[in-house]
Design a protein around this ligand. Sequence first.
Ligand SMILES: [Zn+2]
Ligand SMILES: [Zn+2]
Length: 288
Amino acid sequence: MTARDKAGFLRDMSSLASYFPTLETARAQLSLPAGEPVSVERLAMLVVHAALIRRTSWAEDVEIAPATLERGEPALPDDLEVHHHVRLDADLGGGPCTACAAMPGKRPCRVCGGKGMLFLSPCSCANGYIPCPTCGGTTKSNRVRLRYYTDAPAFLTEAYMPTHVTAVPTLFGLESRMEQDIQFQQPLPEELRCHDLTGRVAGSAYRGGERTIRPDFHGHDFGDTIDKALAGLSAIGAGASVVRHVIRAYAWPFLRLRWAMGEDLAIYVDRIGSTKVFGTSGVPLGID
Ligand SMILES: [Zn+2]
Ligand SMILES: [Zn+2]
């Protein structure tokens, strides 16, 4: 490839069209079976980059709470660090202090062992006793429920291949090969971003409601990858409430081509713009 070709090629890679493989380009650059394929399936891998904050909490009932505790849910974090919070969750009502029930308002001093003297000098306690540290000597408790919160980040970086493709013996290994060739862990081109995977569109004002269309990426079908991605996302959120999330989804298009003699190939464009072929007789002649 000449320098001028390379410059032109890099400029072309900024356009959406450069990510779509074509049979014509593949034929010109790679070894493909002769004749026309009997089936051309336009498909896409789905790549998800997600960062979310999982909030978990647990409660503890205590006799007395620090006076400075706030109530209510902690504010949402604005970073992806681990945070801990304590909040006053509920007042459980007053009653006798259970910590000093045997000796209301007092507790034996642990310094002098309750003797009131330390060696030959009087202990700083009051004749062997100190005020009950739980109720402060009042003999009354003010029981409250505390709630401890932990906000912790979780990340998902995953590429999903339509399941029916992974079941084709000649395409075994396509998923991991494409994952390497498109470098799915790296930031992906904005042109390949999918802003809505739900496929929901507003319904008629007269009928109301919404209708669902099957999402695709410029005619390339996602297969079951959206369901797999949603399952992956709910799995990392499970057991917590997800209080923040940033989810980016990208399509990486490819073609599955079948010929009458049984050849079953996939072609796609890799990260640097080379057309790749995978599958039976898919020996790349390569222009890397
Ligand atoms: Zn003492
Ligand atoms: Zn007490």
